[in-house]
Design a protein. Structure first.
Length: 192
């Protein structure tokens, strides 16, 4: 009996080790920080469904909210973030920027369906688009974004589960530091 358990544990350890070494899918969205480029990682939404009341077969008060865990994204950007997007099966204009609402420990979409939210689709007129090698595009919003929490999402993707959750690239647009006022020698000296 102990021999069987030990053998089973050994196979489980080998299986887990092999899974850890399997190649993951390569990133398709990158963000520029200064002159360097870094891959962005996806975050999956979480859904909360408030059932509401069932009155004679009609559901009243049912609400669905889509959340992203954490008070802030791990990736921060300036007011005009620059992304490198390498579309695989989708088109470039399937991507859109959505501003999230913030709470203490999470962020959420203004509407449960990303297509029902106010979004900026990646297209000419709203973004500057430059061609990159290997069928990629460098995109930058023309207008500066307001400080807050955002996601870059592929609107054409299929849900990852039955609740309609989806994957998105989250980032924080930080308030730019206000430069110190110019101080001349006259104002910096103390009166004697």
């Amino acid at each position: 009996m102990r021999k069987r358990i030990a053998t089973l544990c050994l196979f489980m350890a080998l299986f887990i080790g092999a899974q850890a070494q399997m190649a993951s899918k390569p990133p398709t969205v990158f963000i520029y920080v200064g002159d360097s480029i870094f891959p962005m990682h996806t975050m999956t939404s979480q859904t909360e469904i408030k059932k509401g009341w069932d009155i004679q077969g009609i559901n009243v008060g049912r609400k669905t909210k889509r959340y992203f865990s954490g008070a802030h994204a791990r990736q921060s950007a300036g007011r005009q973030p620059k992304f490198a997007i390498y579309p695989q099966t989708q088109d470039l204009n399937d991507y859109a920027l959505i501003r999230l609402k913030e709470r203490r420990n999470f962020r959420y979409l203004p509407s449960a369906d990303p297509k029902d939210c106010d979004y900026k689709r990646v297209e000419l007129g709203l973004f500057t688009i430059e061609a990159l090698p290997k069928m990629g595009f460098a995109v930058t919003p023309i207008k500066a974004l307001f400080p807050g929490e955002y996601i870059l999402v592929d609107l054409s993707q299929k849900p990852v589960n039955d609740y309609g959750d989806f994957e998105a690239y989250d980032f924080t647009v930080e308030e730019e530091p206000v430069p110190l006022p110019y101080r001349s020698r006259f104002f910096s000296e103390r009166p004697q």
